[in-house]
Design a binder for this molecule. Structure first.
Ligand SMILES: Cc1cc2nc3c(=O)[nH]c(=O)nc-3n(C[C@H](O)[C@H](O)[C@H](O)COP(=O)(O)OP(=O)(O)OC[C@H]3O[C@@H](n4cnc5c(N)ncnc54)[C@H](O)[C@@H]3O)c2cc1C
Length: 398
């Protein structure tokens, strides 16, 4: 059957490619198809460094053809619907594809349109965002051209990929302005839809110190609903006990926006979704809770951990082992513990390497206190991790 594959992987991003490569290393005879509509693959973690002016945006992009394993078949389509009872998915051109096993990894959806006025002004009027390949270089333009006034950094009320990214760029901007004698003239504000700065206290304590040294003012439980780019003002609505429904218009000289995010619509609307819209998998085995031949990992999965590439590095080997066990009709024994990591740049040459598990307990790699800002960890992010991504993680050997 031409339209059948033993394993079908949805998404040729960080998760989908890592899993395909690892499976083929274990067994080169597996029949794997990757459904991926885009020509391009992005190393998104470096976009924070692009926005900080220390990484070339062109080095974050490769063609999908370069990263898809040669022994996997690339189907250049998008999935639109699922029929798990029939073991089929429907593609954008209306055709169907059947599978023995399915891996669902289409990433997270960026809902730019949920903030009124944002799409019209993004990339101009000093409205920037590192969450877009096209706009991340403009973040640095904006930071460089800022000569004082009010700077806003925004974090939405939804889950996001890389929970640290909305504030990492704020610390880099503050350090840039300090180095260029602008910090005294900068009134920096962080407006966030979360209840606190960072989930793990050990690292949050350090970050609060970083905010203090740049005199950054923190506002929590605030939802950004509108941006008026031409008049440089943003509207927030409070939703905490103390500020519920309170509307605030804030003037700005620059604003860095992180779009609200959700599971992709075609997942949310499918029978694979949990109540929140994400793919409903067991948090340890990564197997779907209702369909035993479906697995999921990465940003689209319902795993209750912070959505990062670092988490995928630990999810992929567990998923691969369990998927191979399922093929062999053996019990699933591999378990993912919720490990995730956030390399929190706190300035040029400074980084706090947060690593933690499902219980927000630190799970550190190095034999020193990782809550301290370190030059060595900055070099890890700036030089080692990008190399590791292209040369080890995507080829499945790390
Ligand atoms: C600014 C920023 C900073 C970050 N910083 C870090 C960091 O420091 N450390 C870290 O570990 N992580 C970081 N991340 C997060 C990291 O990039 C993601 O967690 C990771 O890319 C998720 O991998 P994924 O495969 O789940 O999704 P993606 O890599 O986004 O890939 C999803 C793929 O699915 C495809 N797809 C979408 N819809 C469909 C469909 N209908 N059918 C088929 N395919 C589809 C897409 O085209 C895409 O290729 C950062 C992200 C951003 C944006």
């Amino acid at each position: 059957m031409a339209n059948h594959h033993q394993i079908v992987i949805i998404g040729g991003g960080n998760a989908g490619i890592s899993v395909a490569s690892k499976l083929l290393i274990k067994n080169s005879k597996l029949d794997i198809a990757i459904i991926e509509p885009s020509d391009k693959h992005y190393y998104q973690p470096a976009w924070t460094l692009v926005g900080s002016g220390v990484f070339d945006i062109r080095d974050t992009e490769r063609t999908e053809a370069e990263v898809i394993p040669s022994r996997a078949k690339w189907i250049k389509q998008k999935v639109t619907t699922f029929q798990p009872e029939q073991n089929t998915v429907t593609l954008g051109d209306g055709s169907t594809l059947s599978y023995d096993f399915l891996v669902v990894a289409p990433g997270i959806q960026l809902n730019w349109g949920e903030i009124k006025g944002l799409t019209e002004t993004l990339g101009k009027n000093n409205v920037c965002s590192n969450y877009s390949f096209d706009v991340a270089p403009y973040t640095f333009e904006t930071i460089k051209n800022f000569k004082g006034g009010k700077a806003i950094f925004h974090n939405p009320h939804t889950p996001v990929k890389c929970g640290g990214a909305p504030h990492k760029i704020m610390y880099m901007a503050a350090d840039y302005w300090r180095k260029h004698g602008v910090l005294d003239k900068a009134d920096i504000h962080y407006w966030s839809g979360a209840a606190k700065l960072f989930a793990v206290k050990k690292y949050e304590d350090t970050l609060l110190g970083v905010c203090e040294r740049a005199n950054i003012k923190l506002h929590f439980m605030e939802k950004l609903v509108e941006i008026d780019g031409a008049n440089k003002r943003a509207k927030f609505v409070g939703f905490g006990d103390n500020n519920k429904d309170k509307e605030t218009w804030v003037d700005f000289d620059m604003i860095h926006v992180t779009p609200p995010q959700s599971a992709p619509d075609f997942i949310r609307q499918s029978v694979l979704a949990n109540a929140a819209g994400w793919v409903d998998v067991d948090k340890n085995t990564l197997q779907h809770v209702r369909y035993a031949n479906i697995f999921s990992l990465g940003d689209a999965s319902g795993l209750p951990t912070s959505k990062t590439g670092a988490a995928i590095r630990k999810q992929a080997p567990a998923l691969v082992e369990n998927l191979l066990s399922a093929i062999a009709k053996q019990p699933l024994t591999a378990s993912y513990t919720g490990y995730t990591s956030c390399p929190l740049v706190t300035g040029y040459g400074k980084l706090v390497l947060a690593e933690f598990d499902y219980n927000n307990e630190p799970m550190e790699t190095f034999p020193f206190d990782q809550s301290k800002e370190r030059w060595s960890m900055y070099q890890l992010k700036r030089r080692v991790l990008p190399w590791l991504y292209w040369n080890k993680i995507l080829p499945g050997t790390a």
